[in-house]
Design a protein around this ligand. Structure first.
Ligand SMILES: NC(=O)c1ccc[n+]([C@@H]2O[C@H](COP(=O)([O-])OP(=O)(O)OC[C@H]3O[C@@H](n4cnc5c(N)ncnc54)[C@H](OP(=O)(O)O)[C@@H]3O)[C@@H](O)[C@H]2O)c1
Length: 219
């Protein structure tokens, strides 16, 4: 739990050297190597919840389960999707893989997804028209979650950074370059001054297979 009483938030990024998470068409399997991907499963298992954005789910059909050593962990993190308009598919691999929470905005009917097993929680909308991040963290706190790992694309990562809720970054960086037509790991922050940039302090760097894992904490 963070000092403010909300769950601590770790932003996991798996990128090329130039900070891209996918090709322009969304292809992202696989940027980092097998060792890094295995370590991500250990990290999922060590968090109370794993959160992604609906676009990642729709593109990757990801389960987001923790499978350390290739085996489904007995204790799974709560799997959470920020999905303002409830675009998650009832027959998605994500919902079939077990208990999952969809955080959505007002004015959408959760009946079909609830019937498919999803725990649908309504929050207010942010000024951007998306499900409110701070309220989502309150929902998670009230559900007993004290640590969340965000594993999403650049849009949700940018929201988390802009809202100032990222306590740690775990950045896996592969020795390849995808170029500016790829998808950046952090979407637009609309900064007007360098002093406004979210700042982090690097606390460790180590090799994971051919990749590097850099750990940062909020400065
Ligand atoms: N390499 C990696 O580590 C990694 C990890 C995950 C994903 N990816 C790749 O990233 C790509 C998708 O990235 P993306 O940036 O387009 O999507 P994303 O970050 O996964 O999801 C963004 C969507 O989440 C929804 N959302 C709901 N509440 C939000 C909030 N408060 N703030 C921000 N978003 C909110 C929005 O859609 P609604 O408003 O409609 O709900 C938004 O468009 C895929 O190609 C995927 O493969 C890479």
């Amino acid at each position: 739990m963070s000092v403010t009483g909300r769950p601590t938030v770790t932003l996991k990024l798996a990128t090329s050297l130039d900070g891209q998470v996918a090709l322009a068409d969304g292809t992202s399997k696989w940027i980092t190597g097998a060792e890094a991907r295995a370590e991500v499963h250990d990290m999922r298992a060590a968090h109370d919840a794993v959160m992604t954005g609906i676009t990642t789910l729709l593109i990757d059909d990801a389960e987001l389960t923790a499978r350390p050593g290739g085996v489904l962990a007995e204790r799974q993190p709560l799997r959470v999707v920020m999905d303002t308009r409830l675009r998650c598919l009832p027959d998605s691999a994500f919902l079939k893989a077990g208990p999952a929470m969809l955080i959505h905005g007002p004015g959408v009917d959760p009946a079909e997804l609830t019937a498919a097993g999803a725990d649908c929680r309504q929050v207010a909308l942010e000024a951007s028209g998306r499900a409110d991040f701070h309220e989502a963290l309150e929902v998670l706190r009230d559900a007993g979650v004290s640590s969340v790992m965000i594993e999403a694309g650049g849009v949700l990562a940018a929201s988390a950074l802009a809202e100032g809720v990222v306590d740690r970054i775990a950045w896996f960086r592969a020795p390849k370059i995808l170029g500016g037509d790829g998808r950046p790991c952090v979407a637009a922050l609309n900064l007007e001054a360098l002093e406004d940039a979210p700042m982090f302090k690097r606390v460790s760097v180590r090799e994971v297979g051919a990749d590097l894992l850099e750990l940062y904490e909020r400065a």
